[in-house]
Write a protein that binds this ligand. Structure first.
Ligand SMILES: O=C(O)CCC(=O)C(=O)O
Length: 279
């Protein structure tokens, strides 16, 4: 078991996370390890997993993301993905930030090639529906991530605002269909990261990314989502949860939620067509 009673983070780092809703841990993974991960994930991407996610398609149809779709839940079919989702280095930071044992819910892989759209501003808690408390993301860049190649933006302090009902995003800039507004007086800021850094952020923080405008630079990242051990319910699509000791478990099933970035938009579209009444 990876349990340790010693803290990894300083009081200042924990206070900064609580104030801003995010924390950058620099140089968590050695560059050689990140290079090996890039290779592993690109090979997986090229292979596809029939019956699980679509192998990359050659006919782009004007959208490069058809050839490079994000891969949801690779930990269910790929041991290395699961190992990283349950990595002890991530666990120690998560434990300090949650203030309790973390449980892993999912991992997603984004390849984001040159020309790819981003993911409009949103809050993960809308989809994971964790209660009580918030989920947390560990966003692990596999390339240096900056404004040019579509790095991640966060809105500092927005985890202290309400979870918003999204509206339709600008689909020329976002591959997901929903977007939330930036609260008055707040601004999205780019979190510039080097491959090997890890960004941790609270599930209520408004965040997202814009298109990759570079001509040659991919912006690969894997993103893991976690909840605290005291969670009593969440969206069932993320079950089973994983302990860092390797057990699986479930909690209660929250209403709604679903795959990050699509569920609420589907509901909005259905509502517009008069098939569903929104509360
Ligand atoms: O990596 C991105 O571009 C967006 C990721 C994101 O918003 C998320 O993981 O919820």
């Amino acid at each position: 078991m990876n349990h340790t009673t010693e803290r990894t983070l300083s009081d200042e780092q924990i206070a900064q996370y609580e104030r801003d809703g995010f924390l950058v841990a620099r140089d968590m993974l050695p560059v050689e390890e990140v290079a090996a991960l890039r290779e592993h994930f690109m090979a997986m991407h090229a292979r596809g997993v029939p019956g699980y996610y679509e192998p990359p398609r050659d006919d782009e149809g004007g959208d490069i993301l058809r050839r490079y779709p994000r891969i949801m839940h690779p930990h269910r079919v790929d041991e290395l993905s699961k190992d990283y989702m349950l990595d002890a280095r991530l666990e120690s930071v998560l434990r300090d930030l949650f203030g309790e044992e973390p449980l892993a819910a999912q991992i997603m892989l984004y390849v984001k090639p040159p020309g790819a759209r981003g993911q409009a501003l949103h809050q993960d808690d809308l989809y994971l529906r964790t209660a009580p408390g918030d989920c947390m993301a560990a966003w692990v860049p596999l390339d240096d991530a900056d404004e040019e190649n579509g790095g991640l933006f966060v809105v500092p302090g927005s985890h202290k605002t309400e979870i918003q009902c999204p509206h339709l995003a600008d689909l020329t800039r976002s591959f997901t269909t929903e977007e939330v507004d930036v609260p008055a007086g707040m601004e999205p800021v780019l979190v510039e990261l080097k491959a090997g850094d890890v960004l941790f952020f609270n599930g209520s923080v408004i965040h997202g990314s814009y298109p990759n405008t570079s001509s040659q630079r991919f912006r690969r990242a894997f993103i893991c989502h976690y909840v605290g051990h005291s969670t009593t319910e969440m969206s069932a699509g993320y079950y089973p949860l994983h302990t860092f000791a390797g057990e699986t478990l479930e909690r209660g099933r929250a209403e709604g939620g679903g795959v990050c970035g699509t569920e609420a938009a589907d509901a909005l579209h259905q509502a517009r067509r008069g098939e569903l009444a929104l509360p």
